[in-house]
Design a protein around this ligand. Structure first.
Ligand code: ZN
Length: 125
């Protein structure tokens, strides 16, 4: 294993550990707060609705974090396969600065922009 591979692995594993810690903290903090509110206002319909909508927000956030975790796992798999740092779509070398800013990056900036663009957005009128 060469030096930059080890650096990439350490960075990915650190990002993954931080993400897991953040998920645990947010789940612990938010769920207990919402549960407490629901218990206190159990006869108050509006507050109960509010507590339910806070739960929905939490699910949305967890989905986002689950996706982030999946991206980090995918990046670790690519690292093991010696493909990390190479664009998934076009195969160019992903700049180190991009990997430092976003360790789970699987694509170069050009391909990422293309894959995130809404369908038909670059069509001329
Ligand atoms: Zn690319």
């Amino acid at each position: 294993m060469n030096t930059s591979t080890r650096l990439h692995q350490e960075r990915l594993e650190r990002a993954r550990a931080e993400l897991l810690q953040r998920i645990a903290q947010e789940r612990g903090g938010r769920v207990s707060r919402v549960d407490m509110a629901a218990e206190h206002d159990v006869r108050d319909f509006e507050n109960r609705a509010q507590a339910i909508s806070e739960r929905d927000d939490e699910f949305a956030m967890n989905e986002h974090e689950t996706a982030e975790l999946g991206a980090l796992d995918a990046a670790l798999e690519r690292l093991a396969a010696d493909l990390y740092g190479t664009c998934k779509d076009c195969g160019v070398h992903i700049p180190e600065a991009r990997l430092a800013a976003y360790p789970a990056a699987l694509r170069c900036i050009d391909c990422q922009t293309t894959s995130e663009a809404p369908v038909g957005s670059n069509r001329s009128r």
